[in-house]
Design a binder for this molecule. Sequence first.
Ligand SMILES: Nc1nc2c(ncn2[C@@H]2O[C@H](COP(=O)(O)OP(=O)(O)O)[C@@H](O)[C@H]2O)c(=O)[nH]1
Ligand SMILES: [Mg+2]
Length: 219
Amino acid sequence: MVARGGPPRDGRSGVAGARVGFGLDARMAKPTGRTRFLGSFVDVLPEPTLPEVAFAGRSNVGKSSAINALIGMTVARVAKTPGRTQAINLFVVDETWVAADLPGYGYAKVSKSMREGWKGLIEGYLGTRPTLRLVVCLVDARVPPQEMDTGLLYGLNDARIPALVVATKVDAISRTRRADTLRALAQAHNVHPDAMIGFSAHEGIGKEEVLKAIRSVTR
Ligand SMILES: Nc1nc2c(ncn2[C@@H]2O[C@H](COP(=O)(O)OP(=O)(O)O)[C@@H](O)[C@H]2O)c(=O)[nH]1
Ligand SMILES: [Mg+2]
């Protein structure tokens, strides 16, 4: 359960661990145009300045792909192996807002201590980032409702952090089943059916709706 019990509220601006790299990660796509990679952080985050939107969800749900699709360029690394993003990657978009690619949770094939580390990192970030405006919670439309996703949504609700629920990879679901699938997910996660956005990074579905929500909190 990612955010159960509420994130720490001790006023720290950093999160546990040690920072890795600072825009020098060769595996990371080079920032171009209007979005720049701010860095990959597992410890102290850069000073909060611009409004921030975080992308959270289980490992492999399509967070990085969603960020790339929304930004319109490849900035976030799309993982071939799930469970690899163990840091918070920050991107400055149009010098207007910051996109935070949070580490994916729930990847089964890692040690308990690694899972605990990720939990601390995510909760530390969510609980202490003053510029955080919205958490885009991605859930996989192809799989049944996941308890960890419900847990995150409840935790965000408790902490009064606005959340937007986005169901990813809807292109992999037949058109006839999409509406029912989204409705079932909304019900399971206790969100209003109209608030559940169907999304596909591959086909650009739902992009405008998500961007509209982001714009409304970052301008
Ligand atoms: N069918 C489909 N697959 C997707 C979509 N978005 C991402 N994926 C795939 O899901 C896997 C994980 O994507 P990634 O963005 O790295 O997920 P992350 O771990 O949450 O950042 C990759 O193999 C992607 O190609 C989508 O819109 N449709
Ligand atoms: Mg990723």
